[in-house]
Design a binder for this molecule. Structure first.
Ligand SMILES: Nc1ncnc2c1ncn2[C@@H]1O[C@H](COP(=O)(O)OP(=O)(O)OP(=O)(O)O)[C@@H](O)[C@H]1O
Ligand SMILES: [Mg+2]
Length: 218
């Protein structure tokens, strides 16, 4: 299964969620490949700052050849996670065409809701001609939710304008641990699976896999 974490908007948590989802799937015993599709190479930097043994492979493909490479890579992995680039449209298009499921991180702000239109439009444009061959699903995940707050109803309501792109019921909270893990090349799930961060990432990964199988949001 190919999971792409995409949003044309920068800094919404694509790399953070990519390494955490890849790590969760690998810790569960799956063969996982993380493709860093961003020319800035943050996921590769994450891997380079790691001192422990790797639990999944990270490779950089920041050209619009991802959809051509994936069929060759797929037999060797249970899951391929693509960390998408901000802005670069042709690479994002290639990642969408290669995917089974697309996760769109958005911060709980109306600015993020409005700018998500770009990625949703791009997904619709790419998936339509492919519909006869495969069904590409997409869902939003709210990232950087402030602990102990409820997400503004205006944000959730505004996301409903994007038909066929549901909002996962899991949320990822604003936690300093996610930034700290980047510097050490590890993840909250690996560091302490029973920590609040570890638990919310596991919950998100489980919901994502369930959604990819039956299209349901809890
Ligand atoms: N839930 C979170 N809690 C705290 N910090 C976070 C969270 N999610 C992301 N960050 C921090 O926000 C910054 C941007 O996150 P990240 O690099 O994952 O975003 P991105 O979408 O990959 O950015 P880019 O578009 O530049 O590739 C990083 O410093 C990261 O550590
Ligand atoms: Mg990134």
């Amino acid at each position: 299964m190919v999971i792409a974490i995409l949003n044309q908007k920068g800094g919404v948590g694509k790399t953070t969620l990519s390494v955490h989802i890849a790590s969760t799937l690998a810790l569960a015993g799956n063969r996982v490949l993380l493709i860093d599709a961003d020319a800035q190479r943050c996921a590769l930097e994450w891997a380079a700052s790691r001192e422990m043994k790797s639990i999944f492979s990270v490779v950089g493909i920041s050209k619009n050849i991802i959809h051509k490479e994936i069929p060759l890579l797929k037999p060797n992995y249970d899951y391929i996670v693509i960390d998408g680039p901000p802005r670069v449209y042709d690479v994002a298009r290639s990642a969408i065409a290669a995917s089974d499921i697309i996760l769109i991180p958005v911060q709980p702000s109306l600015y993020d809701v409005w700018s998500a239109k770009e990625v949703v439009d791009l997904i619709n444009e790419v998936k339509e001609p492919l519909q006869a061959y495969k069904k590409i699903k997409a869902a939003f995940i709210i990232n950087r939710k402030i602990f102990n707050t409820i997400i503004g109803r205006d944000v959730v309501e505004a996301l409903e304008q994007y038909k066929n792109v549901p909002v996962l019921s899991s949320c990822i909270t604003q936690r300093i641990v996610y930034a700290e893990m980047a510097a050490r090349g590890t993840t909250a799930v690996e560091d302490d699976p029973e920590s609040n961060g570890g638990k919310e990432i596991k919950k998100l990964t489980e919901e994502l896999i369930k959604f990819s199988r039956n299209g349901d949001v809890k």
